[in-house]
Design a protein around this ligand. Sequence first.
Ligand SMILES: CCCCCCC[C@H](O)CC(=O)SCCNC(=O)CCNC(=O)[C@H](O)C(C)(C)COP(=O)([O-])OP(=O)([O-])OC[C@H]1O[C@@H](n2cnc3c(N)ncnc32)[C@H](O)[C@@H]1OP(=O)([O-])[O-]
Ligand SMILES: NC(=O)c1ccc[n+]([C@@H]2O[C@H](COP(=O)([O-])OP(=O)(O)OC[C@H]3O[C@@H](n4cnc5c(N)ncnc54)[C@H](O)[C@@H]3O)[C@@H](O)[C@H]2O)c1
Length: 311
Amino acid sequence: MRLAHATLSRKLSSSACINQSIKNVVVIGGGLMGSGIAQVAAQSGQNVTIVDLDRKVVEKAQNAINTSLQRVAKKLFKDDLAKADKFLTNSMSRLMLSTNPEEAVGQSDLVVEAIVEKLRIKQNLFKTLDTVAPTHTIFASNTSSLPIGEIAEATQRKDRFVGLHFFNPVPVMKLLEVIRIPETSDDTYNRVMDWGKSVGKQTVTCKDTPGFIVNRLLVPYMMESVRLLERGDATARDIDTAMKLGAGYPMGPFELLDYVGLDTSKFIIEGWAEKFPENPLFKPVPTLNRLVEEGKLGMKTGEGFYKYQKK
Ligand SMILES: CCCCCCC[C@H](O)CC(=O)SCCNC(=O)CCNC(=O)[C@H](O)C(C)(C)COP(=O)([O-])OP(=O)([O-])OC[C@H]1O[C@@H](n2cnc3c(N)ncnc32)[C@H](O)[C@@H]1OP(=O)([O-])[O-]
Ligand SMILES: NC(=O)c1ccc[n+]([C@@H]2O[C@H](COP(=O)([O-])OP(=O)(O)OC[C@H]3O[C@@H](n4cnc5c(N)ncnc54)[C@H](O)[C@@H]3O)[C@@H](O)[C@H]2O)c1
């Protein structure tokens, strides 16, 4: 166990040593993903501004980051309270909050967008930011399912545009998918690959293809699970148990849908159904639509396929 902690600690300090040109990061969207992305950048020594629509949301993100950092610190510096405290204080001191995206990007080297999964809304955001961000600033979207090329269309900087797809929970999941569009320059690509390593992630590269690598395989599996439930072939609980114990997944598909957010899941499948109506794997499922209509968005609202105790 001690060895595991020492290795993790070494990994974190060596990732912070990667020579990199990205020091000031702006994360737009302070929800599940934005707060995680901001956290890993701040704990890796970068200055981070987290932006959302109102003050309450960014403050909630700040609290979530503080709680998560305490878990990370406990793991990294198990036997050294002073070091754990220092890590927490230093990481939090690098975090700034904002509700004004145009002002926030003024000094940025990298902007990572993690707002709602809607093409028009993401395009509008980037269109505005393109006119105010410094020329050298790289733009990235954390979209789960939208084409990076279509989001980048809204800007004049397609050579400095990439997809950076993180996984939930960001502080724990080790993967970062880096998506290149044909216009992405080698310099941009190399800089974001270095940056990904600097925040402690293992990077993989993928073309701008629907769902990239992970979601192209994961989304049909999750939708098929809901269809299995809708046919009455098994309960959600039994499907989850089966996939955890029979396939070794850390969470069953319904636990994962609740964890990801049913609204985000619905946006993903709706977008693909509209774009690829002939593909039966991408057909929307009525149960998801009903739960979202009822405001049951998963863990974040206290109920989805399952009920959760409010924190
Ligand atoms: C329609 C289809 C929709 C598709 C959607 C796609 C969405 C998207 O685009 C892609 C994704 O993200 S797909 C989603 C991809 N994601 C997945 O597939 C996730 C699958 N699930 C899992 O991997 C595990 O259940 C968890 C890691 C979530 C929790 O693990 P557990 O064992 O059940 O519970 P535990 O014991 O509490 O925690 C274990 C350790 O983790 C640590 N920790 C946890 N949270 C933390 C945080 N926020 N901060 C810091 N640390 C955190 C904790 O300290 C502990 O460390 P220790 O050293 O052991 O003390
Ligand atoms: N939830 C996941 O597991 C997951 C995993 C990987 C990628 N993603 C992707 O990350 C993005 C965010 O997902 P999430 O789960 O964090 O969503 P979320 O609903 O938790 O958070 C989205 C946040 O964006 C804010 N927002 C919306 N429009 C905004 C705007 N114009 N300016 C600033 N803030 C705005 C909202 O107020 C909200 O706080 C989506 O594109 C999603 O597909 C999600």
